[in-house]
Design a protein around this ligand. Sequence first.
Ligand SMILES: Cc1ncc(COP(=O)(O)O)c(C=O)c1O
Length: 456
Amino acid sequence: MSTVVKSAPSRPATSARSAAPKLPAGLFSRRTALIGSENAFRIGPQIRELESRGLKVIKCNLGEPDFPLAKHIADEVKRQIDLDLTHYCDPQGILPLREAIARTMSARRGLKITPDRIVVFPGGKPPIGLTQQTYCNPGDEVIYPSPGFPIYESFATYLSAKPVPLHLREEADFSFTGRELAALITKRTRVIILNFPSNPTGGVVSAEQLADIANVIRRKAPPQARIYSDEIYEDILFDGNVHRSIACEPGMAERTIIASGVSKSFAWTGGRVGWAAFPSAEEATVFRNLNINYFSCIPAYNQMGAAVALESPLSAPEMARMRAAFLERRDMMVAGLNAIPGITCRKPGGAFYLFPNIAGLCHDLGAIAAHRKLPAALRARTSPATLVQMFLLWNYQVATMDRRSFGRIGSAGQHYLRLSIATGLADLEIGLLRIRAAAADHDGFKKFIHEGQHLC
Ligand SMILES: Cc1ncc(COP(=O)(O)O)c(C=O)c1O
């Protein structure tokens, strides 16, 4: 049986949208037009449309471990619901969870973090925007990795702060040097975001690099600049890599916000429990008040589940199983992608993403030339890698993410895709076969561009 599904038949557009009343001009604030998005969620409806036509989509787009929540964690959540822990609770996060976070975070990093410095959020994502909102006035600068988690750039723009991308270089295994960071720090720098292991590249940081980065921050960053260390992939490391936090470098604990959560480490994206440790209890109180303003509190039964996840001896073997599966998939996929003409892929040291360079493929398929010929307005909304991404999705039913989805500013001319390996090995093998077939389908690509239906 062939695993490759050719060109999806198109359907007439649904009329549900066009029936909606026209919205008045000026309905939305100017700020609303500035916020970006996370495209991993945006392509969901396109995938569902393909699936509704009976096509099997290989989902390499999702940043969500494909493992069930471990039984001991699920049991604790159910137990707490039965105990009626279902009411409002401490907006900062319930004390048993903050104590568990403080203990595990301190032990792992050799730091002394107290529960009064911890704030619990609905996932690892909210503290990203709230941090920028809290420390930046309009015009203040936010330095963030690019390619990086899209919310970093999206929020800086939304808040009229100045987004300052720190471009990660493939040759440096998607890391950066202190000198590269130093060139971006100014008097207006207020937040410096670091993310190791990284989404979307899987890059990790060496002890020397981290010391170099800390040295630059100590020398050059203004005293009001906070480091936001997004450590949500701290448990997903391969090849003997160990987790390193900038907070452990001399003089850094006093100015670093350490963020993490249950979504990746415990395959619990639906639990919506994340947290951050702030440099001072005063700062934590400011974020507690933001929580009160935005959502009051996080379900206490999930927080109790998170406390068990962090400290139960049953969690380590579950994480080890997950890591072993990611490792097997990573090795299979890196080898498979490197065997496809036009694609080169580095072996990531952590997280569960591959970030292949598809410059050769963009060139071979004619995506670069096709992009150049698009009308200006459309050209600005897409890229050669996006055209390949869409071709893979609509003609070969492999869902991936393009480079633009991980920070737009300065991304032109960079031809990469992100493939999540949070999908079973058998499906990934099918995905590889489909990508290989797509890479050779010059006529199909030409036709896809000519039809022009899904170019961004
Ligand atoms: C780097 C990074 N930070 C934060 C998050 C947000 O995690 P959560 O789902 O817990 O909000 C993600 C999710 O993909 C991520 O990749």
